[in-house]
Design a protein around this ligand. Structure first.
Ligand SMILES: [Fe+2]
Ligand SMILES: [Fe+2]
Length: 230
């Protein structure tokens, strides 16, 4: 086998010979999965910041761009002593604007889902239709479209989010906090164990040591991870 030296997580591990996953062995995957997960988790926050950076640019007729809108949302949430989950949710609530314009709320909610509380996941995942209360009627639509969710446990929370941290976050004179102020919160939230149950019990997550083939054969760890699809 050719030795891999492609990144810091490979640790000198060998490169597999196969080109189809169907040909992989247990030993292969006990090496590959930790490297994949370590790489993913180490780059998660930097990648999210890059995605957020995609919102910089044209103001599209508004007084501020989507990046400053996001910072303003998070800044207002933080100054109102909202939970760290909601502050991070506010920062990322429109992160999918540039690559999922048809369902940016759901994509953001899904992105947050493994790491935040249920309320934040639901609120961010539904904020688009709730935000419509402020403009759908100007486009010939129903500003009360959100009413289809009345009775849901987080309905009022989503109304509140849009009122306090979305519809009002287009102010060029508002003193946004710098993105650096939110980095520790991003690191904390996205450093949590995943709330999504592991599909493969031997999958690990983050800093747990990579098992040797001898130890993994008897491991019963149910730690999160191994949910990626490669
Ligand atoms: Fe949005
Ligand atoms: Fe927004």
């Amino acid at each position: 086998m050719a030795l891999a030296t492609d990144d810091q997580y490979s640790g000198g591990m060998q490169t597999v010979r196969w080109t189809a996953m169907a040909d992989g062995t247990a030993e292969d995957h006990r090496r590959l999965t930790p490297a994949f997960e370590a790489n993913a988790m180490a780059n998660l926050v930097p990648n999210l910041l890059q995605l957020l950076g995609l919102l910089r640019g044209p103001k599209l007729g508004y007084q501020i761009d989507r990046y400053d809108h996001s910072l303003q949302s998070a800044s207002r949430a933080l100054r109102n002593d909202e939970s760290i989950d909601l502050v991070v949710g506010a920062l990322l609530h429109d992160v999918a604007d540039g690559f999922a314009p048809e369902n940016h709320s759901e994509v953001a909610g899904g992105l947050l889902a493994p790491y935040v509380d249920d309320e934040t996941r639901w609120v961010i995942g539904h904020h688009g239709i709730f935000q419509g209360y402020y403009y759908f009627h100007h486009l010939g639509g129903d500003r009360h479209a959100r009413d289809r969710y009345r009775g849901e446990p987080y309905f009022d929370a989503c109304v509140r989010f849009c009122h306090r941290y979305d519809q009002n976050c287009f102010d060029p004179d508002y003193p946004n906090l710098p993105i650096d102020d939110f980095l520790p919160m991003l690191e904390e939230v996205f450093g949590r164990p995943s709330r999504i149950p592991a599909v493969a019990p031997l999958g690990r997550h983050r800093s747990q040591p990579s098992p040797s083939p001898e130890t993994t054969s008897t491991s019963t760890s149910m730690s999160p991870g191994a949910n990626h699809d490669h």
